[in-house]
Design a protein around this ligand. Structure first.
Ligand code: 16G
Ligand code: ZN
Length: 541
């Protein structure tokens, strides 16, 4: 009862603005920070505490960020004990509690305790709850953390506030904490532990290789900037056989410049380098997003701008790991698989099937879907075209890699590289900083310039449009969002349109983050991709 009183009092400063509805979407709750987000964050604190209690006091993570969105937005998402995203079945609880008015909150919370805890683990609602918190650099962050702590204090949860972290760093911390007593802990749950683990793995993989020239990293003026600069202190310089990283767009003191004319989302959607970029012709460049979980590469030459997106990063990773598995003599035990979404360029899919000869699985958009699919392969590579992604090594694969005894230097190098890949690549979630180091090592290993990398296949011309519709909830997709099953008959019309174009492909799906429909189309010729997109737009309108 004391808890419920504390809770009812704690929520008082954070009412739901009139008419406001919230939803735990693809990437948690996200909105304008002043649109009642404190209320949401408070309730997320309660959900985290409940989940921790249910899972035997395992530590749950809470990340406050709105990723690539403008500085005035913010958001919150939950991280499960092994560093993966909140179990999907709990998104409903989070949504219900967020939409509960202040006057009803204590009552609803009590009901959740009964439904979730008492009925499952009789009387154990007194278990301690443990939570860790991270946030990006947005000015609304501290106020939201205050609301969050008010909730955690009300229910007596124990928490650790890490302050600024990238999203993947928070995922790392959560997994480290929850595996501390395991035979092989994930790592040390400190920032230093994170940098050290990554730097050690990087050094092992660099053995005898040389990275050509600097890489210019655009940090979107976000939290990735200070964190990358910190990591650089742990990495060998290029003279020491390491890497020369030039950090740009690293201003986190002016909130308004976050993600503004820079960052991975800008580069991917505008298909151009950030205007402030001082990169010269052929310089190897990459961009992170505002919370450093997305990465795209690019360069400019006399023929213009060239993007190396998530599809390319995935293929680079698959090429390398497949080769290492073969060199280690483990090709039959370490099957590499790739996971894409419908947005993957058709040319990349064809390359993977025909040249690389690696199985592909296609899932719905959103990291959680790709992640689960990738976990079914021995080595599962997943990336969204927009640069979200990572590579997962199954437990069995990890064990085989770590226990196989090499019989010659070539095999030893391959096994060491595979083993170091497991540590360099953030196994919890896509991590732009770790993906960047991995990409750099692989490019060095292959002696590939960005031009060589781009040259392995040619993207099909494509077009993505946002379509405003009256009610996007009537659009229901199937087959990994590649087809519409409702409204009835609409898919037939799309099929007919697609059939009249060489290499035509198109789909329409309701966005999980905005009130629009997205239409994607590709075809052999640029004007035909445009025309097909326009035609599908007409069909769905
Ligand atoms: C979210 C997803 C991102 C996805 C995007 C699609 C995570 C962490 N983020 O930002 O992966 O590409 O949604 O947005 O899963 P849309 O549904 O509006 O097209
Ligand atoms: Zn992000």
């Amino acid at each position: 009862v004391r808890v419920l009183d504390a809770l009812a009092a704690g929520i008082l400063p954070y009412p739901v603005p009139p008419g406001r509805k919230y939803e735990y979407g693809t990437a948690g709750f996200r909105m304008k920070a002043d649109a009642g987000l404190e209320h949401v964050v408070f309730t997320v604190g309660l959900i985290a505490a409940l989940r921790s209690k249910l899972l035997k006091s395992a530590t749950i993570g809470i990340m406050i960020t709105a990723s690539h969105n403008p500085p005035e937005d913010n958001g919150v998402k939950l991280v499960d004990p092994m560093g993966d995203m909140l179990q999907q079945s709990w998104e409903g609880y989070a949504t219900t509690l967020a939409n509960t008015q202040n006057a009803d909150l204590a009552k609803t919370y009590e009901q959740f305790v009964n439904d979730i805890l008492v009925s499952v683990i009789s009387q154990n609602q007194d278990r301690p709850a443990n939570v860790v918190i991270g946030r990006d650099t947005r000015p609304s962050g501290p106020g939201l953390v205050k609301a969050l702590k008010a909730a955690l204090d009300a229910v007596g949860a124990t928490y650790q506030d890490y302050g600024y972290l990238t999203t993947p760093q928070l995922h790392y911390m959560v997994r480290c904490i929850n595996t501390q007593k395991h035979p092989v802990p994930f790592g040390i749950p400190t920032e230093e532990g994170y940098y050290q683990k990554m730097a050690n793995a990087f050094k092992t993989m660099m053995y005898g290789r040389k990275i050509n020239g600097p890489v210019i990293v655009d940090c979107a003026n976000g939290v990735g900037a200070p964190k990358l600069k910190e990591l650089i202190k742990y990495l060998p310089t290029s003279e020491e056989g390491g890497i020369d990283i030039k950090v740009v767009n690293d201003d986190i003191l002016k909130p308004e410049v976050l993600n503004h004319d820079c960052g991975a989302d800008y580069v991917k959607t505008r298909q151009r380098a950030p205007p402030g970029s001082k990169a010269a012709i052929n310089d190897r460049c990459c961009s992170l997003d505002g919370d450093a979980d997305r990465l795209v590469y690019y360069y400019t030459d006399s023929s213009g701008f060239h993007l190396l997106d998530g599809d390319r990063i995935a293929i680079l990773g698959a090429v390398f790991l497949k080769e290492m598995a073969e060199k280690a003599g483990l090709a039959d035990k370490l099957k590499v698989g790739l996971v894409q979404t419908a947005y993957a360029n058709g040319a990349s899919t064809e390359y993977v099937k025909k040249v690389l000869d690696v199985p592909i699985e296609v899932t719905a958009t959103g990291v959680k879907h790709l992640h689960h699919a990738a976990a079914r392969f021995d080595i599962g590579v997943y990336f969204e075209a927009n640069g979200h992604g990572t590579i997962l090594f199954s437990e069995k694969a990890t064990q085989i890699i770590r226990e196989t005894q090499p019989r010659n230097p070539g095999q030893k190098y391959a096994l060491d590289s595979l083993s170091a890949s497991i540590d360099l690549i953030n196994q919890t979630v896509g991590d732009a900083i770790s993906d960047m180091l991995f990409t750099e090592v692989v490019l060095a290993y292959k002696s590939w310039t960005p031009e060589n990398w781009l040259g392995i296949y040619k993207d099909l011309p494509n077009r993505l449009v946002r379509v405003t519709v009256k009610d996007r909830s009537v659009f229901r997709t199937t087959d990994a969002e590649r087809k519409l099953e409702s409204p009835k008959g609409i898919q037939n019309e799309i099929n007919k349109a697609v059939a009249s174009y060489v290499k035509g492909r198109a789909f329409a799906r309701p966005s999980g983050t905005e009130d629009v429909l997205r239409v994607y189309a590709e075809a052999h010729y640029p004007h035909e991709a445009e025309a097909l997109a326009a035609q599908v737009e007409e069909i769905v309108k």
